[in-house]
Design a binder for this molecule. Structure first.
Ligand code: MSP
Length: 591
């Protein structure tokens, strides 16, 4: 395929130079590009999206989740980790449901921001990208992100996909060339309209500068000739699409901002820069004097990963397209919810199904960001608190529609209350007693509809019967934070249930039947909680299920039901003594 795409680029040059090669019969739209035979069939396959075979396949396609791809001008921070973890939780949830799911992450390596960072360090941009991309990949691995693709925008197949995408855009008539003047922000890699610009004074140097009022990042005036995308031609179509898909962007406050922007601020989009200013990027096919705008290049990563444009007829969706969920921070919603669908509409490609936007982590009331200098190194945090503690904290305390404060004290507090005091304590209480045995309780209670010994047992049973639905609803609403909180409320309730039902007293009184019933419902509740926690804290929940003796093939959502597993109860690992005895031992340093 690569050679076909290379051939396509060469063919396009030929067309531009007016040297049309003669071949056999080709359809009219292909004629304008003189595509090789192989790519003509790729073009023809686009039309198959409405065929019944393609629709059937669309239903069965893998669930496809993406995280943003990260700029490599600097090292990762906790904010980046947050985007990754949310995407990972959403993917793992689908796997738990028994679906095939794909998660893609990676690095965004072109553009002014990276070019300048390399200049400052006096190294080649590619060398900077190689080093920093590896660091992001290390972070994804360390944080147990179950990614299936780690794309780099400097990958050759991505470059070919971008060239192909661009060429088809030009063919569609939505690209034109014109002079552009405006305020460009290198840090945000975007132009801002005059209405968003203000004068500021740097708190560090005391020097005045011009900034974007929303992000506070410096902007610079630019006047240059470049290519534009007729974004305004899509105003009505976008608005119609939004109104047909009222939950397309979550949370709702971000969607309202998007709609208002399209109604009031939409302008055609400058999609290239003169190579004299920006040469670290993908050259415009057949016009090496221009470099493709980094955001167009970056957004296409999502479709490169899905194999675009090598989509043989009938298997357009085989690698996941269209995306089921794009996870993005609130600062980049506009690019995903306006530019991206318009670009896809221009090529008649299916649109992503949903966008989930999250809020920012703040330090000292400012967005954590490299340029402000208030970032938390995620590697240190993962080492210090543990991978699952960080995953737990980020989801539990992180913000979706607003922002959240980051602090080590909050992490310690969440660890002690939720993981150590809630989950770890509960597990110890039911697995370590000399007065009962979970396996005996499971064997004795399974399939038996015995009368319940107390109201608290009855209530616990009812709670257990409703929790999965509750968590599933929260996940369907794309609210992993509420889902995790719902599971933890359930965990806290199991502890209260044990306290109230007091199996130790019943045991002293020799009431074995009651003890077994209480322990059975507690164990069933912990088993279900453990299954539900897997997307959030995969390692710790795995250890919890090991300690309960739940076999590996009985850890799916299908098994998260009362009586769904009659084989557990004997730990498959030693329960450990001393410091090893708890799933959540004291943190090495607590402050
Ligand atoms: N390269 C673009 C994305 C292109 S996607 C086609 C980009 N990169 S970024 O490295 O600046 O940011 C990546 C993600 O990290 C974004 O979702 C952004 O919102 C998130 N975060 C960056 N700082 C953050 C916080 N302080 N808090 C939470 N998330 C933040 O934008």
């Amino acid at each position: 395929m690569k050679s076909h795409l290379g051939a396509l680029s060469r063919q396009l040059s030929t067309v531009r130079a007016g040297q049309r090669a003669r071949a056999g019969w080709i359809c009219q739209s292909c004629q304008s590009l003189q595509l090789p035979q192989s790519l003509r069939s790729i073009k023809a396959s686009r039309k198959l999206f409405t065929s019944s075979a393609a629709l059937r396949e669309l239903k069965d396609k893998p669930y496809y989740v993406t995280s943003p791809i990260f700029y490599v001008n600097a090292s990762p921070h906790v904010g980046h980790l947050y985007s990754m973890v949310i995407a990972d939780v959403l993917k793992r949830w689908q796997v738990l449901k028994g679906k095939e799911a794909i998660l893609s992450t990676g690095t965004d390596e072109h553009g002014m921001k990276v070019q300048r960072a390399a200049e400052l360090q006096d190294i080649q941009p590619k060398a900077l990208c190689d080093t920093n991309s590896e660091t992001f990949k290390d972070l994804a691995n360390k944080a147990n992100i179950s990614y299936d693709h780690f794309i780099r925008t400097t990958d050759p197949d991505h470059r070919e996909a971008v060239e192909y995408f661009w060429s088809r855009l030009r063919e569609s008539g939505y690209i034109y060339e014109t002079k552009h003047e405006g305020w460009y922000c290198v840090s945000d890699e975007t132009y801002y309209p005059e209405s968003m610009i203000e004068k500021r004074v740097s708190p560090i140097t005391g020097k005045p500068f011009t900034a974007c009022a929303e992000t506070g990042s410096a902007v610079e005036w630019t006047e240059e000739k470049n290519y534009h995308f007729r974004l305004t031609a899509f105003r009505e179509k976008l608005l119609q699409f939004y109104s047909d898909n009222p939950s397309w962007v979550t949370p709702q406050n971000r969607f309202s901002e998007v709609i208002s922007w399209v109604q009031n601020n939409l302008e055609d989009l400058s999609i290239s820069r003169p190579v004299s200013r920006l040469d670290w990027g993908i050259p415009v096919p057949d016009d090496p004097s221009q470099t493709i705008y980094v955001w167009v290049d970056a957004l296409i990563n999502y479709i490169t990963v899905a194999g675009y444009p090598v989509w043989p007829p009938g298997s357009e969706h085989a690698k996941g397209w269209p995306v089921d969920i794009h996870v993005v921070g609130k600062d980049i919603v506009r690019f995903h919810a306006i530019y991206w669908p318009a670009l896809l509409m221009a090529l008649d490609l299916p649109l992503p199904k949903r966008i989930l936007s999250h809020g920012h982590w703040m330090m000292s009331r400012q967005k954590m960001s490299k340029s402000v200098g208030n970032v938390v190194n995620p590697f240190f945090a993962l080492d210090r608190f543990g991978v699952d503690t960080m995953r737990y904290f980020l989801i539990y305390n992180g913000a979706m529609s607003s922002d959240a404060d980051y602090s080590n004290e909050f992490i310690v507090d969440k660890y002690k209350k939720g993981l150590q005091g809630g989950l770890g304590n509960l597990l110890n209480r039911i697995t370590r007693s000399k007065n009962w045995n979970i396996r005996d309780a499971v064997v004795s209670m399974h399939g038996k509809q015995s009368e319940l010994v107390s109201t608290s047992v009855k209530m616990q049973k009812e709670y257990l019967e409703s929790i999965v639905k509750e968590v599933s609803n929260r996940m369907d609403e794309l609210n992993p934070k509420r889902a995790l909180q719902a599971i933890m409320e359930f965990v806290f309730e199991i502890n209260r249930f044990l306290q109230d039902a007091a199996p130790w007293d019943r045991s002293k009184a020799g009431d074995t039947a009651a003890v077994e019933q209480i322990i059975f419902f507690a164990a069933e509740s912990v088993r279900v909680a453990g299954i539900l926690l897997q997307p959030f804290i995969p390692e710790k929940s795995g250890q919890l299920l090991d300690r309960l003796g739940v076999s590996l093939d009985r850890r799916t959502l299908e098994h998260a039901r009362l009586y769904a597993d009659d084989g557990y109860g004997t730990p498959t690992v030693p329960l450990g003594e001393g410091a090893q005895s708890s799933l959540f031992p004291p943190l090495p340093v607590e402050d």
